[in-house]
Write a protein that binds this ligand. Structure first.
Ligand code: CP
Ligand code: NVA
Length: 305
């Protein structure tokens, strides 16, 4: 790294201004339409991907994006590296920065990403932590943009668990100025730190434990699994709490007739969402999944451009 140059980490949407996020999103959307040529943007570059948790979309869409941009990937599982035997993240970051051009990590603890970014001299990309999932949100924003254009006029509703994906939705609502109405059980609200942040920045985000209140007149209804990776031990108590928050056809009728249904996937069909909604005409879940590829291109072009 050239001394004094800021490393362009992609850790959380909260750290960005709207202009940069808009550029990242538009670059992805334009590349999808063939209006931006990113096919050599990563020529000669290597992106390392490390996964402490399973992944289908994130792994395959990122690896595909890097390759379609002319770069190369290395994929490591925790047991493949000395991290699994206790080498520190700081030492690992110092060493890996000397080989590769970016390090992408899916991890349990968000602090692992912060530690990696602190010691890495190449960009670090958050591929999901227990705190947030920012690369997913760039794909979701592309999806909203494709369907509606101007994001600032939208009302988005969340019905479900107050989890990592919701945290990134909250960050996105604050940055793009759309309304976000959140319905979660009282015991599963988003983390108080993110709600305090909302108050500080003055975003149009509100919380309730009534899914009907949240979903009424929404342009997009969003949910995610009730049991996130690493929370399996919370089991049946969690499922019982979340039962009233399932997105069904009946709940969707409360939203605008033009509303779309969004889910980052994987879905637990019949749990957080009814099959009829996920497979129905309002479902944008498959476009969201497709847009992970294009979102990754926008993110990589910004980090390594
Ligand atoms: N949405 C998402 O991140 O999916 P994967 O866990 O399959 O990567
Ligand atoms: N909230 C989910 C998202 C999966 C992409 C999880 O963390 O497991």
């Amino acid at each position: 790294m050239i001394e004094g140059r800021k490393v362009k980490h992609f850790l959380d949407l909260a750290e960005f201004d709207k202009g940069i996020l808009t550029n990242i999103m538009l670059q992805g959307a334009q590349s999808k339409l063939g209006e931006a040529d990113l096919s050599r943007a990563l020529a000669g570059k290597t992106v390392l991907m490390m996964f402490e948790k399973p992944s289908t979309r994130t792994r395959v869409s990122l690896e595909t994006a890097v390759k379609q941009m002319g770069g190369q990937t290395i994929v490591l599982n925790p047991t493949d590296s000395q991290l699994g035997r206790g080498e520190t993240i700081a030492d690992t970051a110092r060493v890996l920065s000397r080989y590769v051009d970016a390090i992408a990590l899916r991890t349990h603890a968000h602090d692992n990403l912060l530690e990696l970014a602190k010691y890495s001299t190449v960009p670090v990309i958050n591929l999901l932590s227990s705190w947030s999932h920012p690369t997913q949100l760039i794909a979701d924003l592309i999806t909203l943009y494709e369907r509606f254009g101007d994001l600032s006029k939208l009302k988005v509703a969340w019905s479900g668990d107050g989890n990592n994906v919701l945290h990134s939705w909250i960050h996105a609502a604050a940055k793009f100025g759309f309304e976000l109405q959140i319905a979660c059980p009282k015991k599963r609200m988003p983390d108080s730190r993110v709600l305090n942040w909302v108050r500080e920045v003055g975003a149009n985000v509100s919380v309730t434990d009534d899914p009907i209140v949240a979903v009424t007149d929404a342009d997009a209804v969003v949910t995610d699994v009730w049991v996130s990776m690493g929370e399996e031990h919370k089991g049946s108590a969690l499922l019982k709490l979340l039962e009233p928050f399932r997105v069904t056809e009946v709940l969707m009728k409360r939203a605008k007739p033009t509303a779309i249904f969004m889910h980052c996937l994987p879905a637990k069909r019949g749990q957080e969402v009814a099959d009829a909604v996920l497979d129905g005409p309002q479902s944008a879940a498959w476009d969201e999944a497709e847009n992970r590829l294009h979102a990754n291109k926008g993110i990589l072009a910004w980090c390594l451009g």
